[in-house]
Design a protein around this ligand. Structure first.
Ligand code: EPS
Length: 385
């Protein structure tokens, strides 16, 4: 089974990720991973830390001559800002961070022992994992694309029509939006927010194209693909809500306005991933009954503003119990663009996990055989690579 774990503290020696269940026979190299790590480090709203770090991966195991060999893949990303033992104690917990609940749970007097691991620095390790899983999915024509729909209430009303255009627009955007019309307003809002010592959240959308019918399962609560995607995205630091397709909007509408009617196109039965069945809407976001239905999977994550504020909120000292303002050292004003890269990695992981559950094998060739067999049973041509 495909799985990964991460280890490492924000100002510790390094971050580590170990991926298990990755098939043998796939070409990966550090450059592919580094490209994604650079993307995560970039984007508007980042603070001083990103000037210090230049995230680069070292692949320590599971790969020989750039080809995966089926054994666990271990990634290491060194922290340039390695100083965990010299850093002062934190005794004034930040509202919204793990500080207070963490010290109480772990019986600590210093919130540093909590925040170092709770920090979103950990997400660099997740992005390394996502980078190689993207290579795997790409072998099967699956492409996962994450971008920013809005920051601080400045939201785009444009949706993706052409993936290549969207990719180009995102690459040219410092906010990782696909809508250049809102970029100027976002830049201005981040600037004003930084001046006020405050922080901003936003909305991220991730779309997975080329996902076949049949990933996930209706038979058990924890096998449902929508539940798994929601859990994966909620695990990303600062994400407070997740929706699929029409999402929260479904609650206010009639059933006839929500459900995607089914049509059949005989000419497409041998070519489309849906075997000729088709929809003219995708309000379900590509998942019905916990199973992918062949339409693009569309999921959105809502990120809260970062809890570390230059103009801190009221808090209480853990030791003296006196009122104080929360600790501030340095922070990002907005990490929504960076989080969009992390959300893309997490969606990639869940789709790859469900894909390998269904078609899994120890080698790429075996997975390909399984997938081709499944598609040919649905009369779909297997020219996906
Ligand atoms: C973070 C606090 C900041 C962010 C960090 C997440 O780090 P520092 O405390 O060193 O200033 O920059 O994000 C990263 C380091 C990163 O790589 O994304 C936090 O408290 O969550």
């Amino acid at each position: 089974m495909l799985y990964f774990k991460t280890a490492g503290e924000s100002h510790g020696k390094c971050l580590i990720a170990i991926v298990e269940g990755f098939p043998a026979g796939i070409l990966i190299d550090e450059a592919i991973v580094n490209r994604e790590l650079r993307r995560r480090q970039g984007g508007l709203g980042r603070g001083g830390r990103m000037q210090i770090e230049e995230d680069r991966v070292e692949i320590l195991s599971g790969v020989r001559k750039n080809i995966t060999i089926g054994s666990p893949i271990c990634f290491m990303i060194k922290n340039s800002d390695y100083k965990i033992d010299e850093l002062p104690a934190v005794t004034r917990p930040r509202p919204g961070h793990a500080d207070l609940a963490g010290v109480m749970k772990y019986n600590q007097k210093d919130a540093r022992n909590i925040l170092e691991r709770a920090s979103a620095r950990e997400t660099a390790a997740r992005v390394a994992v996502g980078a190689v899983l993207k290579v795997l999915l790409f072998q099967f024509g699956i492409d996962v694309f994450g971008y920013v729909r809005g920051i601080g209430g400045i939201n785009s009303d444009k949706f993706i029509k052409d993936m290549e255009v969207a990719k180009k627009n995102r690459e040219q955007s410092r906010s990782y939006c696909i809508d250049h019309d809102i970029e100027g307003k976002i830049i201005e809002k981040i600037k004003q927010t930084a001046e006020k010592g405050d922080s901003l959240g936003g909305v991220i959308e991730v779309i997975a194209y080329g996902v076949p019918v049949g990933l996930g399962n209706h038979t058990q609560w924890d096998l449902r693909l929508d539940a798994r995607l929601a859990g994966a995205l909620m695990s990303v630091q600062a994400i407070k809500g997740v929706e699929l397709g029409l999402g929260f909007g479904v609650a206010d509408k009639f059933g006839s306005e929500v459900h995607d009617e089914i049509f059949y196109d005989e000419a497409k039965q041998d070519k489309s991933l849906t075997g000729g069945f088709k929809r003219t809407t995708n309000n379900a976001g590509g998942i019905e009954g916990g199973i992918s239905n062949g339409e693009p999977i569309v999921v959105r994550a809502y990120m809260k503003p970062i809890p570390t504020l230059k103009k801190p909120l009221r808090s209480v000292d853990l030791l003296s119990k006196e009122p104080f303002t929360a600790t501030y050292e340095r922070s990002d004003v907005c990490a929504v663009p960076a989080a969009s890269v992390v959300c893309e990695a997490m969606v990639t992981f869940e789709i790859a996990r469900a894909f390998l559950e269904k078609f899994g094998g120890d080698s790429l060739d075996e997975v390909k055989r399984n997938y081709e067999g499944y598609l040919s049973n649905m009369n779909i041509a297997t020219n996906f690579t």
